[in-house]
Design a protein around this ligand. Sequence first.
Ligand code: CAA
Length: 381
Amino acid sequence: MNLELNEEQELVKNSIKEFAQNEIAPLAREYDEEEKFPRPQLESAAELGLFGMIIPEEYGGAGFDAVSYSLALEELAKADASVAVIVAVTNSVCCYPIATFGTKEQKQKFLLPLAKGEKLGAFCLSEPQAGSDATNIKTQAIENGDSYIINGTKSWVTNGGEADTHIVMAATGENNGKKEITSFIVEKESEGLSVSSVEHKLGQKASKTTEMSFVDVRVPKENVLGGIGNGMKVAFNSLDDGRIGIGSLAIGIAQAAFDESKEYAKDRIAFGKPIAEFQAIQHKLADMATEIEAARLLTWQAATMKDKKHKKTGIYASMAKLYASEMANKVCADAIQIHGGNGYSREYNVEKYYRDARITTIYEGTSEIQKIVISRGILKG
Ligand code: CAA
């Protein structure tokens, strides 16, 4: 078993670290406070090929392996989790399903510009009444000549209103008493598609999250993704991968919070010496470092399994997401504790990391849902 990064992975890590620290981190606070969508940062990220990281080069992607993808998202999230989630969603739940389930024509038309970073992607699964119980969606797509007409409301759409290409799950009928769900590729310009409200969130505030309304949105039949009735397969298969991305993102936030806490502990004087010399602080730092490392190894394991197309990748991706997101919340809380009163102030970054970490145990499947996926997988053997 080799736990060392190869030369290419080191190169990805170092180049994205340099980019993220120089071009994203200095702007993170301003964009967060103003809830401003980080277009200029995304344009620079596109130039580095960060929107189609795991997509083959023939479709405009960077052709990274999944471990490199994880490293890249960790580095982006260390600088700004908002930028990281925008990139992660386009990669894993928009590019990936088109690359995996799309026809040659769909890949040419939709994947190429997404992977090149010329267009932005979104994933429309959740609805006001259907979050964790994702199959309970009400959005309907009714066949009409050579098209489908979509009506419904989608919520918690990351990149809503900013994305050009949407992967949309809708019910196309019933099969053996079960809702038949199908995935569609829907373009931004489609008549009847609009943002019905914008969420104002606790964290990751520079990433845009909206509700999207579909009123008689006509989608040509050639935009059906993965075949009629395979919508949940497309959605869940994409989420399996997406969860490696969210695990990596959570590790990035935690690492940033840890790095700043370590430096703070060396500088901050209390009772006549740096607080890093007190065992109470040393133990906190030791626990934080250990748990970050454990999350990283679990996430790299899931990524390595994905590269090897291992059939249990989904279970390990859920384990990675579950562990890394819970860990990030704990590490960020400890980071504030180490900073004391200063940690509660916007003068220091740890309050932002704490806010940014909170959603990681919720989006792309809550911790409770990850436990369902993991337990189902292990009980199946
Ligand atoms: N890969 C492929 N297909 C899968 C699958 C997988 N990993 N998991 C399930 N499926 C298929 C099943 O085979 C089934 O197909 P059939 O109907 O043909 O048999 C279908 O999908 C439904 O599966 P289940 O019967 O297992 O569904 P369930 O209702 O029991 O739910 C669940 C299972 C694990 C709870 C699931 O609903 C789930 O993961 N919920 C969480 C949803 C989620 O993660 N939402 C996040 C939204 S995205 C987001 O956060 C926004 C963003 O932009 C960041």
